[in-house]
Design a protein. Structure first.
Length: 574
C-alpha cells in the first residue's frame, strides 16, 4: 500500500514572524468585530443581572419567581426559606437560584434532598428545564461520583449513606417539604443541621403549622443565632403556642430569611375546576352482589366484635365491590376456610357470594368509563384504588381500541418515566393507582376520572394537584363516579357536597385533619360510621356531622393562617 503524502502548510509562518517583528497587523476589522461580539455576549451589565435566564428551556419564569431569585441572591446571600403557597412554583425558584450560582461559577456541587416520591420529578425538571446535570441517587458509590445529586432524605440520613453525605462539603443544599424539619429533636432536623453547606434553600408551603417554635427551628438550620438562643426567642417573641409578641420586630427578622408569595398577591390566575358527579346505576346482577356482600360484611363485623383488623378487611371488600367484580374476587377467596386434611373449602356464606359474583357478566362502571372517554376525545387520567380494577380497565379499553397505559407504585423508576412519555406522546388514557397521585406533573392532561375515590381528603387533593397546578393553561374537568345506593355514593356526597373538596384548593388539608384530633384516622372513622350505622339515614347523618366538624376546623385554620400571614409577610389577609 502506497503511503499517504503529508504536506505541512507553513504559509502562515512568514506573516506571523513579520507581525512579531513589527508588532502590528495582528488583526483585521472583521476579526475585531467578532471579538467585540464575543465579549459583549459574555458581559454581565451588573451583579443583579440573571444569567440563568439564557440557559432555561421550555418555559418562561413568572415575575414573582424572578423577583424571588433576585432577593435570595442579593439580600439573603443564598440562604432562604421559600414558603410560597402550594402551586406557585417553589421548585422553579430553587432551580433558577441553583442555575444562577452555577453559571456564575460559585457552585460546583449540590445536594437536593426530597421525599422519595419526588426524586424522579426533581431530577427530570433540573435536567430538562435548567440543563443542570442532576442524577437520581440509587447506590452508595454515587455519593462520590456525581456533583449534582437528587436523593431521598430518608435514604440519606441512614448509614452507610449518612457518613458519605456528612463527610462532604456541599456548595448548595436544597431540602423540599422542609416542614418535616419543624422539630429539632427529630433525626431529620439533626441530620440536615450536620450537613456542611455554603448555600441552602428550605422549601415549604407551611413554615408554621402548630407552634411558633417550628419557625425558629427552620431559621436555625439556615442561620444559627439569627433569632437568638431558644430561650431568648421564647422570651422575646412567643406569647402563646401560635401567638407571637413583639410582632413587628419578629416580622422584620423573619423577612430577612423567608420569602412567601401568595395566590392573593395576583401573581398568577389558576384555571377553573369543572366538577361533575357521574351517577351509575348497578345492573340487577351487580345490585344482588353488592347487597349480598353488604349483608355478609355487617354480619361478620358484628360477630367479630368490631376489632380494627376485621374492620379494615370487611369494609375493603365492600368498597371493592363498588369498584369492580375483579377487585372483589381475590378478597373473597382470602376468606377460604380450611377443612380436614388441609383442603381448602368455602363457607356457605362465601359460596353464595361467589355464585353472585359469577352471575355478573357486564360491569356498569367500566361501560360508563368507556362511554365518557369516547365523548371527551382528549387525554384522560383515570384513578382507581385497586390493581385488579386497573387491569380490568386496561383490558376493556384495549378491546374498544382505546390506547391506555398503566401507572402504579410497583414500577421501577425508568418504567414510570416510560409510561409518562407514552401517555404524553401517544396514549389517550393513563390508568393510575394511588402512585399516580404523587410526584408527577400532568399539566398536558385536562380531564380526571375518579373511578374510585379515596376516603382520605389529602389523597383526593394530591390527585387533583397532579393536573390542576402551575402551568395548566386549560380548565380542568373532574368526573367523580358514584354507584347509586352504595357506600361510594355516601363518600362522594361527603367530599363533594359537604366539604366541597373538589372546587377549592384547600392546601392545608393535613393541618385541618390534625387539628380535628380524631381518635382514629379519617378513613377508620368513615369505616366505623359505615358499619355501625343502622341504615342510610344514620350514615348520612353521621357523615354530615363529620363534614360540619371539618368545615368548622377549616374556619379555625383560616383564622390562624390569616394571623400567620401577617407575621410572615406583613400583609393583611384578603
Amino acid at each position: 500500500m502506497d503511503s499517504v503524502p503529508i504536506r505541512m502548510d507553513r504559509r502562515w509562518l512568514n506573516d506571523f514572524q513579520r507581525h512579531i517583528e513589527e508588532d502590528s497587523g495582528w488583526t483585521t476589522w472583521e476579526r475585531f468585530k467578532l471579538a467585540l461580539e464575543a465579549a459583549d455576549l459574555q458581559r454581565v451589565p451588573d451583579f443583579n443581572t440573571l444569567r440563568c435566564l439564557e440557559h432555561i428551556m421550555g418555559f418562561t419564569p413568572l415575575p414573582h419567581q424572578i423577583e424571588t431569585t433576585h432577593r435570595v441572591l442579593e439580600e439573603m446571600r443564598g440562604r432562604a426559606i421559600l414558603a410560597d403557597e402550594v402551586g406557585l412554583g417553589k421548585t422553579i425558584e430553587a432551580g433558577l437560584i441553583l442555575k444562577e450560582y452555577m453559571v456564575r461559577g460559585t457552585v460546583k456541587n449540590a445536594l437536593i434532598l426530597v421525599p422519595s416520591s419526588l426524586v424522579l420529578q426533581w431530577t427530570r425538571e433540573l435536567n430538562q428545564k435548567f440543563q443542570i446535570p442532576a442524577v437520581a441517587q440509587k447506590k452508595e458509590w454515587m455519593w462520590d461520583q456525581y456533583d449534582i445529586l437528587v436523593a431521598s432524605i430518608d435514604t440519606a440520613k441512614r448509614e452507610p449513606h449518612r457518613s458519605k453525605v456528612l463527610s462532604r462539603h456541599y456548595d448548595f443544599l436544597i431540602v423540599d417539604e422542609a416542614h418535616k424539619l419543624k422539630n429539632r429533636r427529630t433525626k431529620n432536623w439533626q441530620f440536615i443541621n450536620e450537613v456542611k453547606k455554603k448555600y441552602a434553600l428550605l422549601l415549604t408551603a407551611t413554615p408554621v403549622q402548630n407552634d411558633l417554635h417550628e419557625l425558629y427551628n427552620l431559621v436555625t438550620l439556615l442561620k444559627p443565632g439569627h433569632l437568638g438562643q431558644h430561650a431568648a426567642f421564647s422570651s422575646n417573641y412567643v406569647a402563646g403556642k401560635r401567638k407571637p409578641k413583639n410582632e413587628d420586630q419578629l416580622k422584620e427578622e423573619v423577612q430577612r430569611v423567608m420569602i412567601r408569595n401568595k395566590r392573593s398577591d395576583g401573581h398568577i390566575v389558576f384555571t377553573k375546576r369543572n366538577v361533575q358527579t357521574i351517577p351509575i346505576t348497578l345492573s340487577p346482577a351487580e345490585r344482588a352482589l353488592y347487597d349480598g356482600v353488604s349483608q355478609f360484611v355487617r354480619e361478620q363485623y358484628q360477630n367479630g366484635g368490631g376489632n380494627l383488623k376485621s374492620l379494615l378487611s370487611l369494609i375493603t371488600l365492600q368498597r371493592e365491590v363498588c369498584s369492580s367484580r375483579d377487585a372483589a374476587f381475590l378478597t373473597l377467596f382470602k376468606l377460604f376456610k380450611r377443612g380436614e386434611a388441609g383442603k381448602e373449602t368455602l363457607s356457605p356464606e362465601v359460596t353464595s357470594l361467589v355464585e353472585l359474583l359469577r352471575s355478573v357478566e357486564s360491569q356498569s362502571k367500566v361501560e360508563e368509563a368507556i362511554r365518557l372517554i369516547r365523548s371527551i376525545d382528549d387525554k384522560v387520567i383515570i384513578f382507581t384504588e385497586y390493581r385488579a380494577t386497573q387491569d380490568l380497565l386496561l383490558r376493556s379499553l384495549s378491546a374498544q381500541g382505546i390506547y391506555a397505559v398503566p401507572y402504579r407504585g410497583g414500577f421501577a423508576r425508568n418504567k414510570k418515566d416510560w409510561m409518562m412519555e407514552l401517555f404524553r406522546n401517544r396514549a389517550q388514557v393513563m390508568v393510575a393507582t394511588e402512585a399516580g397521585g404523587e410526584g408527577i406533573n400532568l399539566q398536558f392532561c385536562h380531564h380526571i376520572i375518579n373511578y374510585d375515590l379515596p376516603w382520605n381528603p389529602m389523597r383526593v387533593e394530591q390527585r387533583i394537584g397532579r393536573v390542576h397546578r402551575l402551568g395548566q393553561t386549560h380548565d380542568v374537568s373532574i368526573y367523580n363516579f358514584a354507584t347509586r345506593e352504595t357506600i361510594e355514593e355516601h363518600i362522594v356526597w361527603l367530599l363533594h357536597e359537604k366539604i366541597d373538596m373538589f372546587r377549592s384548593v384547600i392546601g392545608e388539608v393535613e393541618t385541618i385533619l390534625e387539628q380535628m384530633e380524631l381518635e382514629e384516622d379519617v378513613e377508620q372513622n368513615l369505616m366505623r360510621i359505615m358499619l355501625e350505622s343502622q341504615d342510610d339515614e344514620e350514615v348520612k347523618k353521621r357523615l354530615s356531622q363529620l363534614g360540619d366538624r371539618f368545615t368548622s376546623t377549616q374556619r379555625e385554620v383560616q383564622v390562624e393562617t390569616d394571623r400567620r400571614e401577617v407575621l410572615l409577610d406583613g400583609t393583611q389577609p384578603s
